[in-house]
Each structure stands twice: as structure tokens, then as C-alpha cells.
Design a protein around this ligand. Structure first.
Ligand SMILES: Cc1cc2nc3c(=O)[nH]c(=O)nc-3n(C[C@H](O)[C@H](O)[C@H](O)COP(=O)(O)OP(=O)(O)OC[C@H]3O[C@@H](n4cnc5c(N)ncnc54)[C@H](O)[C@@H]3O)c2cc1C
Length: 384
């Protein structure tokens, strides 16, 4: 029978993540908002609290708790700081290709440090030639003895300037089909690799997004991840399940925060001699936010439960990612509306939620792309 409740272990994790977010992240939010920079203490705290270890198998220093656990942690952290949840989501996304396709040596070398937070990861796929069309990526690699030489530029990369373990996708310069992509583990400090431009985003200011440059960057064959020429599959599997799943966690957290702030404000704001929560129009807005939040949770946790059974869930996550990010954006707009003029003022957290919500859409694929994926999935049996 289907069980839609958390286990005792998951509930304890939820409470621990909530307390962690309120005590270790909340006090740093205004500094992150003002500087637009990642807070080092927050990164350290995430490592100490083993938040990067959740999906890493125990034999490599992780907790092996799986993807439902990850979603729970991201939602709770996202309630307090969606920027921090976004940073954590991509730390996990960078780890996933190593879990999926890494050799035993690579797992031994990288995963323990990534679990403890000593190492920080990211995935570098997107290029200026179009994120929705990763096949259009122009970055190249070519073989040189036992090494590979990578050239190219990646854009919009989360954790660009904090990551030291970068899973980068490049195409085989010598392959005429244009379809031979490989993934490489590039380490910060390798010659020819540089984090360059830092973006200034409208929201999620406490997580870092920027560009990476590869100029004759030489990596050894030991840094090739998985089978040469099959790298696109590795990158897409990680983004499809873990990348989309992570964005669902961010969206659920933000949505829950919007609802909580709106309930509080509507109960305290007095108009016509009574709290505005007495107005039916306000009640309808609150009820709709709750309906969407619960529907999003069901979709997200369904996909994570499938993933925890070892079954690919990128289609289910496409449904959940579309629904939860769109719903969170709507919730952020309604939350600002419920706050009236106060919603436009920086002292009120909903103004931050509104800016953060704007950034939820593109990462791990836009809503248009989610619909392309969902249509492809449901039409598959009808294709002749
Ligand atoms: C905050 C943030 C963090 C990110 N982090 C990372 C990261 O860590 N690593 C990484 O590799 N990338 C990252 N990205 C990049 C992200 O994956 C891309 O932004 C996304 O895939 C969209 O690509 P694009 O921005 O080039 O838009 P485009 O692909 O140029 O899309 C432009 C518009 O065309 C629409 N469109 C495109 N194709 C279709 C289609 N087939 N049908 C209908 N409409 C379509 C899109 O929906 C969009 O509205 C991040 C992006 C952001 C904003």
C-alpha cells in the first residue's frame, strides 16, 4: 500500500534541517542580500551538518539517506533561504555524476571530501549558445597522449566561484557527428581553468552564479567521467533526476515561506476593525496557496520516492518541477499582494521571496522544456 507519511527518521531529519536553517542560515540572510555573495560560514555550516552527504553512499563517507531525505532538507532550508537551498541543490547535482558514472578510484578520491564539505561541486553544461539545447554546446576536448585538452566557456553556472570540483561537459573536437560529448572532473587550480565573470542576479543573491573559462585546460585520462563519448547521457541523467528534484525542493520551500508569511500578516493586519484574514477574498488566496503547495508536495515526493527505489524519475520530476516552480512564482506574487504596500518594502521577507521566485524557472530546464519532456513521455506509446 502507498504510504504518504514521512518515516520517523525522515521526520527527525526535517526537524533537524528546520532548526539548522533557523539558527545557522537565517542570521546571515541580510548580509547575503546586501553583499550578493555566498556566506562562507553558511557553506561551512552546511558541511558540518552533513547536508552535502545525504545522497552519498555510506562507503564513501556519506549518509546514504537518499533523495526523499534530500528533498526534505532542501524544502526546509528553502523556507528560510532559497538562495542557500539553490547552492546546496547544485552541490548535490555536481556530486551525482560521480555517483552515477565515477570509477571506484574517482569515488574514493572525490566523494568523501564532497560529503564533508571539504570539496564543493558543480555541473557545468550551459553555454551562451543555449541552455535548452545542450547539444549546441561549443566547448571542445581533444585527446593528447594520456591527457585531454578542454577549451570553451560555460555560463550561468551555480557555485562557479566556490566550487573546486567541476563536472564539465565538452564535445569531441574530432568527431564529425557532433554528438560525441564527454564529461570531465575539472579541479579548481588546474592550469587553463578559471572562474571569470560573476553574475548579479535579481534574486537568490546569497548563491553564486557565474562563468567558467577553459583555455587549453589539460586534464588526465583519470579525470574522464564514465565512457568517452557518452557524457551527455551522464549529464542529462544527473540534471533530469537530481537537478530537477533539487529545484522542486527550492520551490516547495519558497512556496511554504510565502504561505506562512501571508497567514501571519493577514492575521495581524487590521482593516475595517478586524484582521484582513476575515475577508473572504484574502481567505480564498490563502486557501489556493495551500492547495497548490500540497499538490506540489505530492508530485515532488512521488518522484523522489520513485528515485529512492533506484528507478529513473526525470519524467515525474519534470511534472513536479513545472508545477512547483510555477506555483511558487504565483504564491510569491499573491504573498506580495496580500501585504499591500508593505509587500514592496525590503523589511518584509515577501519582497525577497518575489525576487527569488523569478530565479526559480530556468535552472535544470525552463517550464517550456518541462512541457516538451512531459509531452514526449506521454506520447511515446503513440509514436509510430
Ligand atoms: C540561477 C541559475 C542557475 C543555473 N545554474 C546552472 C548550473 O549550475 N549549471 C548549468 O550547466 N547551467 C545552469 N543554469 C543554466 C540553465 O540550465 C539555463 O538557463 C536553462 O537551461 C535555459 O537556458 P537559456 O538560459 O540559455 O535559455 P534559452 O535556452 O535560450 O531559452 C530562451 C527561451 O526559449 C524557450 N525555449 C527554448 N527551447 C524551447 C522549446 N524547444 N520549446 C519551447 N520553448 C523553448 C525557453 O523556455 C526560454 O523561454 C542556471 C541558470 C540560472 C538562471
Amino acid at each position: 500500500m502507498m504510504d504518504l507519511t514521512f518515516t520517523e527518521e525522515q521526520e527527525l531529519l526535517r526537524q533537524a534541517a528546520q532548526e539548522f536553517a533557523e539558527t545557522r542560515i537565517a542570521p546571515k540572510i541580510s548580509e547575503m542580500e546586501e553583499t550578493g555573495r555566498v556566506n562562507d560560514e553558511v557553506v561551512r555550516a552546511l558541511g558540518e551538518a552533513e547536508m552535502m552527504a545525504l545522497t552519498i553512499p555510506e562507503e564513501y563517507g556519506g549518509l546514504g539517506l537518499g533523495y526523499t531525505a534530500r528533498l526534505i532538507a532542501l524544502e526546509e532550508i528553502g523556507k528560510v533561504s532559497v538562495a542557500t537551498a539553490m547552492m546546496l541543490q547544485v552541490l548535490g547535482l555536481g556530486i551525482e555524476p560521480i555517483i552515477l558514472a565515477g570509477s571506484e578510484e574517482q569515488k574514493q578520491k572525490y566523494l568523501p571530501g564532497l560529503a564533508s564539505g571539504e570539496r564543493l561541486a558543480t555541473v557545468a553544461v550551459t553555454e551562451a549558445t543555449g541552455g535548452s539545447d545542450p547539444g549546441g554546446s561549443r566547448s571542445t576536448y581533444k585527446k593528447d597522449g594520456d591527457d585531454y585538452i578542454i577549451n570553451g566557456r560555460k555560463v550561468f553556472i551555480t557555485n562557479s566561484h566556490i566550487a573546486d570540483t567541476i563536472v564539465a561537459l565538452a564535445r569531441d573536437e574530432e568527431d564529425d557527428s557532433g554528438r560525441a560529448f564527454s564529461t570531465f572532473i575539472v579541479e579548481a587550480g588546474m592550469e587553463g581553468f578559471k572562474a571569470t565573470h560573476r553574475e548579479h542576479k535579481v534574486g537568490m543573491r546569497g548563491c553564486n552564479t557565474g562563468e567558467l573559462s577553459f583555455e587549453n585546460c589539460r586534464v588526465s585520462k583519470d579525470n574522464l567521467l564514465g565512457v568517452e563519448g557518452k557524457g551527455m547521457r551522464v549529464a542529462m541523467a544527473a540534471i533530469g533526476d537530481v537537478g530537477r528534484g533539487g529545484m522542486v525542493g527550492c520551490a516547495l520551500g519558497l512556496h511554504a515561506a510565502c504561505l506562512e508569511a501571508s497567514l501571519k500578516f493577514a492575521s495581524e493586519r487590521i482593516l475595517y476593525g478586524k484582521p484582513i484574514s476575515n475577508l473572504q477574498s484574502i481567505q480564498n488566496k490563502l486557501a489556493e496557496m495551500k492547495i497548490d503547495l500540497d499538490a506540489g508536495r505530492l508530485l515532488g515526493y512521488r518522484a523522489a520516492a520513485i528515485q529512492d527505489k533506484g528507478i529513473r524519475s526525470s519524467n515525474e520530476f519534470a511534472v513536479a518541477k513545472y508545477f512547483t516552480t510555477e506555483a511558487a512564482q504565483k504564491a510569491a506574487k499573491v504573498a506580495v499582494d496580500i501585504h499591500g504596500g508593505y509587500g514592496c518594502m525590503e523589511e518584509f521577507a515577501v519582497s525577497r521571496y518575489y525576487r527569488d521566485a523569478a530565479v526559480l524557472g530556468p535552472s535544470a530546464g525552463t517550464s517550456d522544456i518541462m512541457k516538451v519532456i512531459i509531452a514526449g513521455w506521454i506520447l511515446k506509446p503513440y509514436r509510430k
